[in-house]
Write a protein that binds this ligand. Structure first.
Ligand SMILES: [Fe+2]
Length: 268
């Protein structure tokens, strides 16, 4: 199964256009939150309407999984905590979102929402406990905030990670967690786009202005993940341990060039 991972597109329409353009080359497209942008001059409801149309165009080409980020919150739940209501209720349209799990092939995917308070956080705990009962093989989570104390949560000055996620990784040991949120992490000293916590791989593509967006192409059969960015192209083999410095990709792997996939050129 081939996955495309992006995050933090922040209502940058050229970035959404790029995802639409390449989505057909993938089985699954994962968008790990912050689809909208709080600083945009465009009204949030208008942004959501436009982004939902992009979701429709992407899901016409690949399975689409989206989680909320802190820029996506549009209303409050009964506990008065912010949530992304506009993302919900699309499952029948083929868009898996906050609070949902599904199996694609032999992989269980669980999409966690951004939590704004203790009630929402506890709900994620129940969601993971329920989903864990369906786990038979590999388990992949979407979770906008990266785990605390990880290089993928390092901004260059402080960690912006989530302690709760770190505890849940320790408890459930998912195979992979796909995050975003800390835009600078891959581009600053002591930061990274990838980390390993116990047996769990965690990823954060990072974000910068300009298209194409930083992205990760992962092949779960080949068990490799390649990160393409304006700062270079690196890769990890998921069955090996993580060694730093992470190697730069010297040539595209056969599995990436054998089909008709046209990845972004290495801009290093
Ligand atoms: Fe963001």
């Amino acid at each position: 199964m081939r996955l495309l991972l992006v995050s933090d597109l922040h209502y940058s329409l050229p970035l959404f256009d790029w995802v639409v353009g390449v989505a057909g080359d993938f089985d699954v497209v994962v968008m790990a939150g912050d689809h909208l942008d709080l600083a945009s001059l465009v009204d949030g409801r208008a942004q959501a309407t436009v982004v939902r149309k992009y979701f429709d165009r992407i899901r016409a080409k690949a399975k689409l999984l989206v989680c909320s980020g802190n820029h996506d919150l549009d209303s409050k739940n009964e506990a008065g905590e912010w949530m992304a209501r506009w993302l919900l209720g699309r499952r029948n349209d083929g868009v898996l979102s906050d609070g949902e799990s599904t199996k694609i092939g032999d992989i269980l995917f669980t999409v966690c929402p951004w939590w704004d308070g203790p009630v929402s956080q506890a709900e994620i705990g129940r969601q993971l406990a329920t989903a864990a009962k369906d786990r038979r093989g590999r388990w992949i989570w979407l979770y906008h905030a990266p785990p605390s104390k990880s290089p993928i949560a390092w901004s260059g000055q402080r960690y912006f990670g989530d302690d709760a996620l770190l505890r849940w990784i320790d408890e459930y040991k998912p195979d992979i967690v796909i995050c975003g949120h800390v835009h600078e992490a891959p581009y600053v000293a002591n930061g990274s786009w990838v980390d390993r916590i116990g047996s769990t791989w965690v990823f954060n593509t990072g974000h910068y202005l300009g298209a194409p967006p930083a992205h990760i192409i992962m092949d779960t059969d080949e068990k490799e993940a390649v990160w393409f960015s304006a700062a270079g192209t690196q890769y990890v083999h998921l069955e090996d341990g993580l060694t730093r410095p992470i190697p730069n990709l010297q040539a595209l792997p056969d599995w990436l060039t054998a089909g008709n996939l046209s990845p972004a050129p290495d801009q290093a």
